[in-house]
Design a protein around this ligand. Structure first.
Ligand code: SF4
Length: 685
């Protein structure tokens, strides 16, 4: 008797890893996912994916998935029903709010979840709890980009689309390693350079793109501001400014120019460690191209002067007229798949949905009317401030969705101290992460393969995420969990559906005005989307969102970390990412990718290795003022002498035990990229 073979079904959705937002065609049979392909007609990825998007999906039904809500009693987690978990949460939230006020509660939303779920989470905190204490992982990655670009241009998103790589003549990649962290975009940049086009890479490491680059400005970590000032100086000195663009579209130029021209290039060369003639040549290449595109990542933002460097990149684009047309612009490579969307939806403490200032009385009135509740008009805690407030005892309860702050935020012991000091911690997760271990209540959420909604990629493209399989038994989609708790807290909210949620969002987020679930199609739309559905591949075409683009000048300042600890801890470790894994690795470590890269490794220059008697694969003890870790050495000239680099994908190393919680002065993004350490050989394997 022949068995009937079930047909293979395919569903088109969007990758859950990085901000490139690759479309995926997921095939399943008998309810099980078989494989993932990349559709050729996908504008975001044109038939390509990387090792993560295509192969790293088996985490979705991994035996480690959390499958029941749990409450910690007497130090042990006990499985409970959803009703019991909800009642416990609501009782605690209500009593903490009654006793300590709404600002004693906070939420950390997830940039891995769709827009609609982020929107709901911030709505819950603002309208139901009554606090602006809501933030997301953008704080620890691109918050300086959002703030810096808002100050320069009026909006904090990429100005152009990735397809513009076909229309540019020069690419500047600064503080980003796209072939590992944004591989599909990285491949396009590589192809651009392989055709002989000029590629400028500004990075302390010899990243893969350096092999194809015409210029590698291998600066000392923490000196972006000095290097960007050098570029701006040479552009002005060589008379390569686009004066017409500056005069018609910008303001603040004369004062800016005066400050730049006072700089001493010998001094800047000494600070950055990059020969001034090389910087001059690269600057000329950028400024003389008819169209030059810029990409940056966390190597720009995760610094104490991160926001300033972003504004200098905006200066570079404006001074050369590289804004508002094809093949140009300032294009942050967003890390998490939906970090753009999480911020767009208001998962940040100073701006609600649509980047509207919560302290503005008119906006406050608008939110109050829209949500039918009084939303506070003072700025809430950013993530680092949440930890400080928890340690002080001012913050009592936190709800964290899909973010392993213990493993990925800097200065792990401080994060643990803060979370342990809370009265109540909810962690909504797929796995028992390092953060989940500290929870009072665990809620098992669903993965991207189990839910519907939209993700917004790094080029402002709002794309549909479609459910491929039902949520695993015992789990729920995160949006429905938030709605269940909203209803139990006395705020009526209909059951989760992405189209009705998008309809609500389109009424409050100005640049989502014309976004409708049924009209997004396979390739989505790039915001701003006008009421008639027209979208925007390029922004700031005729004028900037703020009217005139604004020039800003900044002096280089040595990092506080180097000033205070540099003598005793003379090496600098700078954190990075590897292709195979994603951030805390909770998902990729539970896929075949773990067989390719099994652990975090420490990059160390051969000269330094020799000095300390360290061979490849020896364990090295790396110590900073915060703590120490033992990590296996990879001896390589990818880093200069005195510079080390490593990832924090694996919890057994817990690299963030040594990183510093010094942060960007403006956006409070931590300085993961400049950590003063000392090293010694620890042991042989
Ligand atoms: Fe996913 Fe990014 Fe890889 Fe595309 S490039 S498949 S979005 S991880």
């Amino acid at each position: 008797q022949s068995k009937s073979i079930a047909a293979t079904e395919t569903t088109r959705t969007v990758c859950t890893y990085c901000g490139v937002g690759c479309n995926l065609e997921v095939s399943k049979r008998n309810g099980e996912i078989l494989s993932i392909q990349a559709p050729f007609d996908a504008e975001a990825n044109e038939g390509h994916t990387c090792l993560k998007g295509r192969y790293a999906f088996k985490f979705y039904d991994h035996p480690d998935r959390l499958r029941s809500p749990m409450i910690k009693r007497n130090g042990e987690f006990e499985e409970v029903s959803w009703d019991e978990a909800y009642d416990f949460i609501v009782d605690n939230f209500k009593s903490i709010r009654a006793e300590h006020g709404p600002d004693s509660l906070a939420g950390i939303s997830s940039a891995r979840t769709p827009n609609e779920e982020n929107y709901l989470m911030q709505k819950f905190m603002r309208a139901v709890v009554g606090t602006n204490n809501i933030d997301c992982c953008a704080r620890v990655c691109h918050s300086p980009t959002a703030l810096g670009m808002q100050r320069s241009f009026g909006t904090g998103a990429a100005t152009n689309s990735i397809e513009d790589i076909q229309h540019t003549e020069c690419i500047l990649v600064i503080g980003a390693n796209p072939t590992d962290a944004h591989p599909v975009t990285g491949a396009k940049i590589k192809q651009f350079a392989m055709k002989g086009n000029p590629l400028i890479v500004v990075d302390p490491r010899k990243i893969e793109l350096v092999k194809y680059a015409k210029y590698h400005l291998q600066l000392r970590p923490g000196t972006n501001v000095a290097l960007l000032n050098m570029m701006l100086y040479y552009i002005i000195k060589e008379g390569l400014e686009d004066q017409e663009f500056i005069d018609s579209r910008c303001e603040g130029y004369e004062e800016f120019k005066e400050n730049i021209l006072k700089l001493d290039m010998d001094e800047m060369e000494a600070i950055t460690g990059v020969e001034k003639e090389l910087v001059r040549e690269a600057s000329v290449a950028y400024a003389t191209a008819k169209a030059a595109m810029e990409f940056h990542g966390l190597g720009v933002t995760e610094h104490s002067q991160g926001t300033f460097a972003v504004m200098q990149i905006a200066d570079l684009a404006m001074i050369t007229g590289n804004i508002g047309r094809k093949g140009v612009g300032v294009n942050p490579l967003r890390g998490q798949n939906n970090v753009q969307g999480a911020a767009d939806m208001g998962a940040q403490p100073h701006q609600g949905a649509g980047y509207l200032d919560v302290t503005d009385p008119e906006i406050n009135h608008r939110y109050n009317t829209f949500y039918g509740r009084n939303v506070p008009d003072h700025i809430g805690y950013k993530i680092p401030e949440m930890f400080d407030a928890a340690i002080k005892g001012d913050l009592k309860a936190v709800w964290i969705i899909g973010e392993d702050v213990v493993q990925t935020d800097p200065n792990t012991q401080k994060v643990i101290k803060a979370l342990s000091n809370l009265d109540f911690l909810i962690v909504q997760e797929l796995f028992m992460t390092e953060t989940a271990k500290l929870a009072t209540v665990i809620l098992p959420g669903a993965s991207f393969l189990e839910k519907n909604g939209t993700f917004t990629n790094g080029e402002r493209r709002i794309q549909r995420v479609k459910q491929v399989v039902e949520p695993l038994e015992g789990t729920k989609a995160d949006g429905q969990i938030i709605i269940d708790i909203m209803n139990r807290m006395g705020y009526e909210q209909p059951d989760y559906s992405p189209d009705t949620m998008l309809e609500e969002i389109s009424q409050i987020v100005p640049f989502f005005k014309g976004v409708k679930w049924d009209e997004l199609g396979d390739n989505g739309k790039q915001w701003p989307v006008l009421e008639d559905g027209t979208d925007s591949k390029i922004i700031h075409i005729e004028e900037f969102k703020r009217g005139k683009g604004k020039f800003h000048y900044f002096d280089f300042r040595e990092s506080q970390e180097i000033e205070e600890n540099g003598k005793e801890y003379p090496y600098i470790i700078t954190t990075n990412r590897e292709l195979e894994h994603y951030n805390c690795g909770a998902m990729t470590r539970r896929t075949g990718n773990v067989e390719i890269l099994t652990e975090d490794l420490l990059m160390i220059n051969p000269e330094d290795a020799k000095k300390h008697g360290i061979d490849d694969e020896d364990f090295v003890c790396v110590e900073s003022p915060r703590g120490k870790v033992d990590i296996k050495a990879r001896v390589t000239d990818e880093v200069k002498p005195g510079i080390l680099s490593s990832t924090f994908h694996f919890p057994d190393i817990m690299l963030n035990n040594i990183t510093s919680d010094i942060h960007d002065s403006e956006a409070l993004c931590p300085e993961y990229k400049v950590v003063s350490v000392n090293i010694r050989k620890a042991r042989k394997v």
